[in-house]
Ligand binder design. Structure first.
Ligand SMILES: *Cc1c(COP(=O)(O)O)cnc(C)c1O
Length: 379
């Protein structure tokens, strides 16, 4: 089945008792044992819940994976994957990793004697040169945040495999609809399901998928052992979000492409970052590994004063942290997602004071363009 169909027909099994069309929300903490010698499939809802299990199957199928795990946040899914590493491991991560993942790696995992080296993963030589005898994992995001830098998944994963490293890919920006890193050999794929999978700015959630049965047991050990599981109602919200993921993604992506082209020719805009622009660095690599450029773009309008004026005049976008929702969201990385980063590191990564990130929603694109146009006109 194609992804559009899978999104509607996977994980969803009609209730055998009632024929209910929607997966029931099994709002229960425990399950009755009718026979001591035949334990039920589900016995306690941290260990497993039928609503969560339906979601886990659905996401795994969409990612082309054998196993799926739902967590209480994207960060819980990411730490769940990283906690499978033995103490003393060395991790190689892309330098423009999500801020929360940077914090977890540098402030939490370091305490557990798991050290991370951050490299520019768009340059495969930097990955190869960072490998040490105790390197155990490669952690990637492509396109990355906020400048949509592209890493060659297949090339990077080949290097990791040659040295026995597990590869974890944060696929949040693409969603399972546009990119499936397991195809290129990724061992674990993680998502902040808070973003495109949920799609409605109403739930915090995370998922991890993997292929290997032994690795799946390890992730399950962390999910059940640490207990950062997704509740049944939140699982149901994601199942509901998944049904329209293809529709939302297609509409948002089409609008994002038009907005990127519009911004690129605007005299007040200094630079646009979007993998759908032919001159975007790595656009050719992105086209090989993803089914589209996605719904997120960044652009630079000069400096903090311009950003202040521009964001005040815009009427439609939510001015907020987050992305991947039905409504358009404008974020200011220097003050929001990357505020904790020292200025020198922001400069190094090209996160300037005039840079804005736009996650394009499903509004009529003409309304979005008019709104952007009048706000830019006022600068
Ligand atoms: C939001 C986000 C996360 C963290 O997810 P939460 O659901 O907020 O815990 C991780 N990676 C990326 C790329 C994100 O955008």
């Amino acid at each position: 089945m194609r992804p559009d169909t899978l999104a509607l027909h996977t994980g969803v099994e009609f209730c055998p008792h009632t024929g209910a069309a929607s997966v029931p929300i099994y709002q229960t903490s425990t399950f009755h044992w009718s026979d001591l010698d035949q334990p039920p499939d589900f016995d306690y809802a941290r260990s497993g819940n039928p609503t969560r299990a339906a979601l886990e199957r659905a996401v795994a199928e969409l990612e082309g994976a054998r196993h799926g795990f739902a967590f209480s946040s994207g960060m819980a899914a990411i730490t769940g994957a990283l906690l499978t590493l033995p103490a003393g491991s060395h991790v190689i991560a892309c330098e423009d990793v999500y801020g929360g993942s940077y914090r977890a790696l540098t402030q939490v995992f370091r305490r557990l004697s798991i050290e991370t080296t951050f490299v520019d993963a768009t340059d495969l030589d930097q990955i190869a040169h960072a490998i040490r005898p105790n390197s155990r994992a490669l952690y990637l995001e492509t396109p990355s945040n906020p400048n949509l830098r592209i890493t060659d998944l297949s090339g990077a994963i080949q290097i990791a495999k040659a040295h026995g490293l597990m590869t974890i890919v944060d696929n949040t920006f693409m969603s399972p609809y546009l990119q499936n890193p397991h195809q290129f050999g990724a061992d674990v794929v993680v998502h902040s399901a808070t973003k495109f999978i949920g799609g409605h700015s109403d739930v915090i959630a995370g998922v991890a998928t993997c292929q290997d049965d032994a690795l799946a047991s390890e992730i399950y050990l962390i999910q059940n052992g640490f207990g950062a599981v997704l509740g049944p109602h939140d699982s149901w919200l994601l199942l509901r979000g998944l049904k329209t993921l293809p529709l939302r993604m297609r509409q948002s992506q089409e609008s994002a492409a038009r907005i990127a082209a519009y911004l690129q020719q605007h005299p007040k805009v200094q630079r646009v970052f979007y993998p759908g622009l032919p001159d975007h660095p790595g656009a050719d690599i992105h086209r090989r590994q993803a089914r589209g450029p996605g719904a997120v773009l960044s652009f630079d309008i000069g400096g903090a004063n311009e950003v202040r004026e521009f964001s005040k005049r815009l009427r439609l976008p939510l001015f907020a942290v987050s992305l991947g929702a039905a409504e358009t969201i404008l974020s200011y990385p220097a003050r929001m997602s990357h505020a904790a980063m020292p200025q020198s590191q922001r400069d190094h990564l090209g996160i300037s004071d005039g840079l804005l990130r736009l996650s394009v929603g499903v509004e009529a694109v003409e309304d979005l363009l008019e709104d952007l146009d009048s706000a830019l006109h006022a600068l």
